[in-house]
Design a protein around this ligand. Sequence first.
Ligand code: PGA
Length: 257
Amino acid sequence: MNRRYRKTIIAGNWKMNKTATETKKFAEELKTMLPKAKWCEVVVCVPAVNISTAIRAFKDMRVSIGAENVFYERSGAYTGEVSADMLKDLGVKYVIIGHSERRQYFGETDVTVNKKVLAALEAGLHPIICVGESLEQREMGITMELIALQVKAALADVPAEKARKCVIAYEPIWAIGTGKTATAEQANEVCNAIRATIRHLYGARVARSVTIQYGGSMNPGNAAELLAQPDVDGGLIGGASLKPDQFTAIVNAANQE
Ligand code: PGA
């Protein structure tokens, strides 16, 4: 973390978990334990159908609501899709774009990720852009090139003043939901390389202001060490974000002096 130049953001990614009723219950429980976030912004990204419930349930808490996906067209005949304007109008602040599960199961590519980033920014949302390598790609030694390519593709045609509004989440695919976490050094090495790519694209001022999260089996046991790394500015948390006590423990780790 480097709080002088950029925001620390702890974001939960609920994936396809929790009903609206369970969302309310989670918010009530979290309310009793979540500290006043001194240093970090807390975000909960929920399934689209639960957004309205979440906006209401978390209203009195300092918790921002995020979506897990968005479509890139503004409106029209796209049955089942949700536009950036629809999310914005509900009070959504962040939207996860290009999560590896969407790339793997729903055919998202660097091209669609870029279109979604542009649409989200146009609507005034903050994209949380996910990038990450598979185990095979890491073993082939192409992690850095691959991540640089994903970042460049996601940010194509994004001007500097809008790039500042983006969050990048480094999520090694082999660490997601597996209980296998990247070491703090591995996480920092790639987050640092992402910052170098942003510097190359937009210059040093933008690069140092962009929040770069780590995601992949972050939990109360490893959060403090990961967040202590200079280029790791927060976490995108799946499994551990579903339990109010574990999520709170990670927020507490980010709130350490
Ligand atoms: P995990 O998921 O924390 O359960 O590994 C992270 C993510 O997919 O964003």
